[in-house]
Design a protein around this ligand. Structure first.
Ligand code: GLV
Ligand code: GLV
Length: 325
């Protein structure tokens, strides 16, 4: 009998073809609605492998229902949607997709930064509304990017890739990270600072750290008040890193100048969310890794991780290693 796998979101045919030779594949086929919890709880019971997105919460309740599960393969680099302790207790391997999306996500982060700094979306809307009556001196003026100071919170792969882009714009780069990376400082020409100093000195504060409860609302009222009045916050990490209510007030009261957000505490973000009413916010629907090639690479890596585990080989990119008993 072929091992059974469940896929929580439609994946491209190329991936399904690759899996269906060796596995009995079942998949949630509604493109726009995540699989309901009760369906997942049922589907998980007999499968050997699960491929899921970060939109699916794989908590202890789901893991407890799984009787044969050997691997949870997340099609994302972030895996805060999975209770990895509950998985580890059951010797279930969890894998993610690091590496393949690094440059694409750094591209989007820089695009978001540029769009926010130069008011690209607002300016385009202004023109389309027919408001471009004449050219005037200070009309739609934004902030400079070249030569400014970028502060990166969370210097992982994506942060490092972002540094390369910033250097191309002659930016000075500061970073804050749980562990200091002396070699990277040399190699990339960047400076380690405490969080408070980063917030006070940066023109662009970029959040690129993984979410965990310890960094919930890392950027709140107090942190925002340390930032310069003409500074810009860019979040392409996870929504939960920012206290959105505090951000709304900081933007409205001019404590900071603008924000570019690819992620929100609740996704999809409700269309009547207060942040969406502000002209100095550029918003995107969590598309950091969304290039055709990268999404295909992520899907292949997720499939290969699953294939490896179910064939008794090592996963390519496990998020932790289960110790031999
Ligand atoms: C997307 O946010 C990811 O974690 O890959
Ligand atoms: C993700 O790949 C990161 O380490 O930033």
């Amino acid at each position: 009998m072929k091992p059974k796998i469940y896929i929580t979101r439609m994946l491209p045919n190329e991936i399904i073809d690759k899996l269906s030779g060796d596995f009995d594949v079942r998949m949630w086929e509604e493109e726009d609605i995540p699989v309901p919890k009760e369906v997942l709880l049922k589907e998980i019971e007999d499968v050997d492998g699960l491929i899921c997105l970060f939109t699916e919460t794989i908590d202890e309740e789901v893991i407890k229902k799984a009787h044969n599960l050997k691997v949870i393969s997340n099609v994302a680099v972030g895996y805060n949607n999975i209770d990895i302790e509950a998985a580890a207790k059951r010797d279930i391997i969890v894998t993610n997709t690091p590496g393949v999306l690094t440059e694409t996500t750094a591209d989007l982060t820089f695009a978001l930064l540029m769009a926010t700094a130069r008011r690209v979306v607002e300016a385009s809307d202004y023109l389309r509304r027919g408001e471009w009556g004449s050219w005037s001196m200070m009309q739609l003026t934004g902030q400079d990017i070249y030569g400014a100071t970028m502060g990166i919170i969370g210097l992982g792969r994506i942060g490092e890739a972002l540094v390369k882009r910033a250097k191309g714009f002659d930016m000075k780069v500061l970073y804050h990270n749980r562990t200091r990376k002396l070699e990277k400082e040399q190699e990339l020409g960047i400076h380690y600072v405490e969080l408070k100093d980063l917030l006070e000195q940066s023109d662009y504060v970029c959040l690129l750290l993984p979410y965990s409860p310890e960094v919930h609302h890392l950027i709140g009222k107090e942190e925002l008040s340390l930032m310069k009045n003409d500074a810009i916050l860019i979040n392409s990490g996870r929504g939960g890193l920012v206290d959105e209510d505090a951000l709304f007030h900081a933007l409205k009261d001019g404590e900071i100048w603008a924000a570019g957000l690819d992620v929100f505490e609740q996704e999809p973000v409700p269309v009547d969310h207060p942040l969406l009413t502000l002209p100095n916010v550029v918003t995107l629907p969590h598309i950091g890794s969304a290039s055709v090639k990268t999404r295909m690479r992520m899907a292949h890596l997720a499939a290969d991780n699953m294939i490896n585990v179910l064939k008794g080989n090592e996963p390519i990119t496990p998020v932790f290693l289960i110790k031999a008993q």
